[in-house]
Ligand binder design. Structure first.
Ligand code: NAD
Ligand code: WQD
Length: 346
């Protein structure tokens, strides 16, 4: 049964591609858009193979209002949008803040304007981030949606905070609009088919792609940034969430926005597992789950790293009826299967 049309911006990206698969599985019609600034059309081919469906797609830049308007002209039946399209490299955002404000803010503004323009009821699911919490006070762990949003430590993080604020103001101003902001913790892993996964450009900055590239022999060794933190084993703690679990949460968020009566038109959910793992624990899980050797050594702390953060996901568990429950070993095996597939390793 078809449930209505969902616009997915950044559909060829890491989380977007996995979400398109889950939307199709759940019976939604999808229109995907992407400008391939950080992805390739191959990812869409992977999605089409997995779903055995042609996915309607338009290549365009969401920060270009005229181009973007064509999507709504062609698909006026869009009931909800999931907005993944953004730049996401924290370090680059410090070097080139204007690039980040330009793309991330302008794209959101265009989407919001186009969503409310004709007065039709529409929802927007926004990709936010646990980065809005900064370094949580220890008594606030696990961190809930009520914890304070702290001053952002990077322009990237600031775009997430600003976008949340913009959306909150727009919900107040436009009665036809509903918004769900999803604050992701650390998404990892790949689709079990190994047809889609994370595709970092250049040297990976994030832990799991660095691990899988090291295991594949592309990187000499993993450097663990800091082993003198005030944590049980001295390494930083994060909440690593499986990308397919994360993708399913988007479907649950769209379902909820389309069915609720409109009383709660702006909602925020943490999307995490509720369990923190240290870098060392994650590395050991990878080694035991895959049986692959992983050279690593300890290195100085990385500037700007949060010491420990993990989610209180109970609001999403309760209201979205969703839970991230894929075992970490399965998640890490999926990341390794994807890396092997990309590198042609048997
Ligand atoms: P990604 O880079 O793989 O996907 C983003 C996609 O958007 C890419 O395909 C890119 O080409 C596209 N894009 C960027 N700007 C565009 C524009 N102006 N017009 C059209 N397409 C554009 O990133 P991801 O990991 O899938 O992240 C998706 C969203 O989730 C982002 O908003 C990101 O900030 C957010 N997020 C990601 C993480 C993470 O660790 N991956 C954590 C928290 C939040
Ligand atoms: C995880 C842990 C590192 C690489 C970033 C963004 C955040 C969010 C998710 C979007 C840390 C350690 C890493 C390595 C290491 N993205 N590490 N060696 O820093 O939690 O968050 O991605 O919103 O905004 O900042 O994720 O994967 O980079 O690091 O020791 O080579 O792994 O120090 O403790 P992070 P990460």
């Amino acid at each position: 049964m078809e449930k209505g049309r969902v616009l997915v911006t950044g559909a060829a990206g890491y989380i977007g591609s996995h979400t398109v698969v889950e939307l199709v599985n759940a019976g939604y019609e999808v229109i995907g858009v992407d400008n391939f600034s950080n992805s390739s059309p191959d990812m869409l081919k992977g999605v089409e193979k997995i779903t055995d469906r042609k996915i309607p797609f338009m290549q365009l830049d969401c920060s270009d209002r005229e181009q973007f308007a064509k999507v709504f002209e062609q698909y006026p039946d869009i009931a909800a949008s999931i907005h993944f399209a953004a730049y996401k490299a924290v370090g680059e955002s410090v070097q080139q803040p204007i690039k980040y404000f330009e793309n991330n803010l302008r794209s959101l503004l265009c989407l919001t304007e186009l969503s409310v323009k004709d007065g039709r009821e529409r929802g927007i699911v926004f990709s936010s981030s646990c980065t809005v919490y900064g370094e949580p006070d220890p008594e606030n762990l696990p961190i809930s949606e009520n914890a304070p949003v702290k001053p952002a430590t990077s322009p990237y993080g600031r775009t997430k905070q600003m976008c949340e604020d913009i959306l909150r103001d727009c919900v107040t101003a436009y009665p036809s609009l509903r918004v769900t902001a999803l604050r992701y913790f650390n998404p990892i892993g790949a689709h079990p088919s190994a047809l889609i996964g994370e595709m970092p450009v250049g040297v990976p900055q994030n832990l799991v792609p660095y691990i899988t590239q090291t295991a594949a022999g592309i990187r000499k060794e993993l450097k663990i940034f800091g082993n003198d933190y005030p944590t049980p084993d001295g390494t930083c703690i994060r909440d690593y969430i499986y990308v397919c679990d994360l993708a399913k949460a988007h479907v649950a968020a769209v379902d909820r926005m389309l069915r609720t009566d409109g009383s709660d038109r702006y909602a925020i959910f943490n999307l995490g597992t509720g369990t923190g793992l240290s870098v060392l624990q994650l590395v050991n899980h990878f080694i035991s789950a895959t049986g692959v050797s992983l050279p690593y050594s300890f290195a100085p702390r990385r500037a700007g790293d949060i010491i420990k953060v993990w989610a209180d996901p109970r609001k999403a568990n309760r209201i979205l009826g969703w839970k991230a429950d894929t075992p970490i070993d399965d998640v890490l095996r999926s990341a390794w299967a994807w890396e092997k597939k990309v590198r042609g390793i048997r």
